[in-house]
Design a protein around this ligand. Structure first.
Ligand code: ARG
Length: 276
C-alpha cells in the first residue's frame, strides 16, 4: 500500500521516486482564497475534468501541511502537492479555509470539490468519500513538556488531561487507550488551541500527527517540548478526498500524483518542508 516508509522522528520519506527533477517550483494559475466556505450550494453533476476550476478546502491550522501566512494566503506541503497535481492534469484550484470539524460535511454538501488537509485514510471515511492513494504517512505521537518521561501507553493512561483535536485520528487513538468516554480526553477545535493548552500546562499532553508535532518541536527550539513515539500507535496514510461521484476527478488526482512522484517534483516539495 505504501510508496513511502516512515523513517522515525524526522519523518523523512523514503525515496520512492526515481529521478531528480528538473525545472523550477511548480505553480499553477491557482489562487489562494482564504474565505470561509460559501453557503452550501446543492451539488450538481461532477464537473468535467479539463481546464476546470476546483475548490480545495483545508483546515489551515496544521503546519507544515497547511497554514495561513500573514497576508492571508494558505500555504504548505498540501498546497504545493495539490498545485503540482493540478498543473500536471491541467485543472485549476482555489484554496479555502475550513474548520476541521465541518470539513467532511462541506465536501458532502458540495461547498468544496477536493479536500487535502493531512487527512488520514480510514475505513470509516472511505465509506463517505473517495480517498486517493497515500501521499504521505505519519503516526500519532504524544507531545509533552520536556522531562515528562512517557514511554508507553501505561504512562499515557496515568495522565490527567490529554488534548486532541476533535474528530481526528488523534482523538480515536486517545479513545482507544483511555476509553471512548474518558473524561481525561480534552477535545479542542484545532491544533493551535491544543498547543497553547500544553504550553500553559492546562493539558498534560497532546496527541497529534507526527510530522506536525515534529515541526512544532523544531520551531520551538529549546522551549522545552518533546515528541514521544508510542509503539501502540500504528502508521497512518494521508489521502486526498473528493465526493463519491467524482470518480473522473479522482482518476486525474491519481494520475497526477503518480506523475509528480515519478518526475521528482514530489521529492522536491518534500525536501522543502521536511528536509532534516
Ligand atoms: N490526520 C488526522 C486526521 O485525519 C488529523 C488531520 C488534521 N488536519 C488538519 N488540517 N487540521 O484525522
Amino acid at each position: 500500500m505504501s510508496f513511502t516508509q516512515l523513517r522515525g522522528f524526522g519523518l523523512a520519506l523514503a525515496a520512492a521516486s526515481i529521478l531528480a527533477a528538473c525545472g523550477g517550483q511548480s505553480s499553477t494559475s491557482s489562487s489562494t482564497t482564504p474565505t470561509a466556505s460559501a453557503p452550501a450550494s446543492a451539488s450538481s453533476a461532477a464537473p468535467a475534468a479539463d481546464g476546470q476550476e476546483y475548490k480545495v478546502a483545508m483546515n489551515s491550522q496544521f503546519p507544515p501541511f497547511e497554514s495561513m501566512n500573514s497576508s492571508g494566503q494558505i500555504e504548505g506541503f498540501d498546497v504545493d502537492v495539490m498545485n503540482a497535481i493540478a498543473k500536471e492534469e491541467g485543472f485549476k484550484v482555489t484554496y479555502h479555509q475550513q474548520a476541521w470539524d465541518g470539513i467532511f460535511a462541506s465536501l458532502k454538501a458540495g461547498d468544496n470539490d477536493i479536500l487535502i488537509s493531512g487527512i488520514t485514510i480510514t475505513d470509516e471515511r472511505k465509506k463517505e468519500m473517495l480517498l486517493s492513494e497515500p501521499y504521505y504517512n505519519i503516526t500519532q505521537v504524544v507531545l509533552v513538556p520536556k522531562g515528562n518521561n512517557i514511554v508507553s501507553v501505561e504512562d499515557l493512561k496515568r495522565m490527567d488531561k490529554v488534548g486532541v483535536t476533535i474528530g481526528t485520528t488523534g482523538d480515536l487513538a486517545a479513545q482507544k487507550i483511555m476509553g471512548a468516554t474518558s473524561e481525561k480526553i480534552i477535545r479542542m477545535e484545532n491544533l493551535p488551541l491544543m498547543l497553547k493548552e500544553v504550553e500553559t500546562g492546562a493539558v498534560d499532553a497532546v496527541i497529534s500527527d507526527s510530522a506536525v508535532v515534529a515541526d512544532y518541536v523544531k520551531k520551538k527550539g529549546d522551549k522545552g517540548f518533546t515528541m514521544v513515539e508510542v509503539p501502540a500507535f500504528t502508521v497512518e496514510y494521508y489521502g486526498i478526498a473528493v465526493r463519491q461521484d467524482y470518480k473522473a476527478l479522482m482518476d486525474k488526482i491519481t494520475s497526477g500524483l503518480k506523475k509528480i512522484q515519478t518526475s521528482g517534483e514530489y521529492d522536491k516539495i518534500s525536501d522543502k518542508y521536511f528536509a532534516k
